[in-house]
Design a protein around this ligand. Sequence first.
Ligand code: KG4
Ligand code: ZN
Length: 400
Amino acid sequence: MKILAIETSCDETAIAIIEYEGDPRTSPLYVLSNVVLSQIDLHKEYGGVYPSLAKREHAKNLVPVLDEALTKACLKKDVSSLPSYNKEELKTLLEREPDLFNQCNDYIPKIKIPEIDALAVTAEPGLEPALWVGINFAKALALTWGKPLLPINHMEGHIYSALLHNTETEEKKYTLSSVTFPVLALLISGGHTELVLMRDWLSYEVIGETKDDAVGEAFDKTARMLDLPYPGGPEISKLAKRYGEKREAKKTITLPRPMIDSGDYNFSFSGLKTAVKNTLHSFPKITPEIKEEMAYEFQEAATEVLVEKTAQAIEAYGVKTLIAGGGVSANERIREALIRRLTKERVALFLPPAFLTTDNALMIALAAALREAEGKNKHIPPERFSEIRAHGTARLGSSV
Ligand code: KG4
Ligand code: ZN
């Protein structure tokens, strides 16, 4: 089975192609291509992702990213036929993206239909204008190539990306780690902070979530208060490390650990952000030392809350496997704290490889492959494409 997946939910335009036989949980999975084009440099100016700019950039970049993905996967060389399609139908599908229509109308007739079995696309959650470009592009390809289209939830991708690891013998060959249920997933990104309990494959119960800001958002906002560029997570992490390495560093800042004793699995990060703001205001001058200490203390506070709540949920639900995923799971301090805390428990821990922590389409292809193995994919044909819609705030397991 070959799946081509498209991801445009935020500020990465990504396309991946995977190939496997049978069940991807027990047989190797070949990553034929995994192309990610980040828009971070463009959004830096605004200090965050600007939805209409993200949409425009996706529309501009999808065809070149597709071309790179097909080339890397050697799928432009095959012998299948050139597509024949109704140009008007394609125009209607892409009526909101005229530039993308022009690019598609120029590109698609020139390349042979690639030998893939299905297209997968992130349909939820994310920035709706950004999601729509990817969905419409996927519909255009599925229509012209005559392939089924599979809508996928982005968070589902973040969960399973932690299980993927390279076999080392071959660059493209990956296998999936085996898990024991119940599995707990700690999903930490720019838009989400969730603890998801899984009693089986593709079964999700959100047992805790943030009541306000996502942890990645708190990293980004704290970074902005410290005059650091977007995305703030890696910047905070760098400053915090510098402070942590100074043995003589004095501790003058203490931030709260919001909701740490709330007795449930929910989070709150907006109070932490306000505490950063108020503490910064209490200093007559913000020196580089204060910035370093603030980054350190903020990261400690966020880490402690995340790790403590996760450990409580592991205990309460008899969890056997912990998975972390999402952009913030790249954070070294959080990774180290999870490892340290969980070595005492009898829990297997899986963290995504660094290149899969931030948004990518490989995780979307992987989620599609797992849904396929469980017979849970909706194979949507062109006449039912109107069923595939962007759901900006959809919860795991609710719509696709
Ligand atoms: O998963 P992701 O790429 O996009 C969303 O779906 O939101 O996550 C992006 C978030 C940003 O808030 C970014 O600051 C954060 O992940 N991030 C980090 C680190 N690397 C990225 N946060 C903390 N430490 C990091 N090293
Ligand atoms: Zn994400």
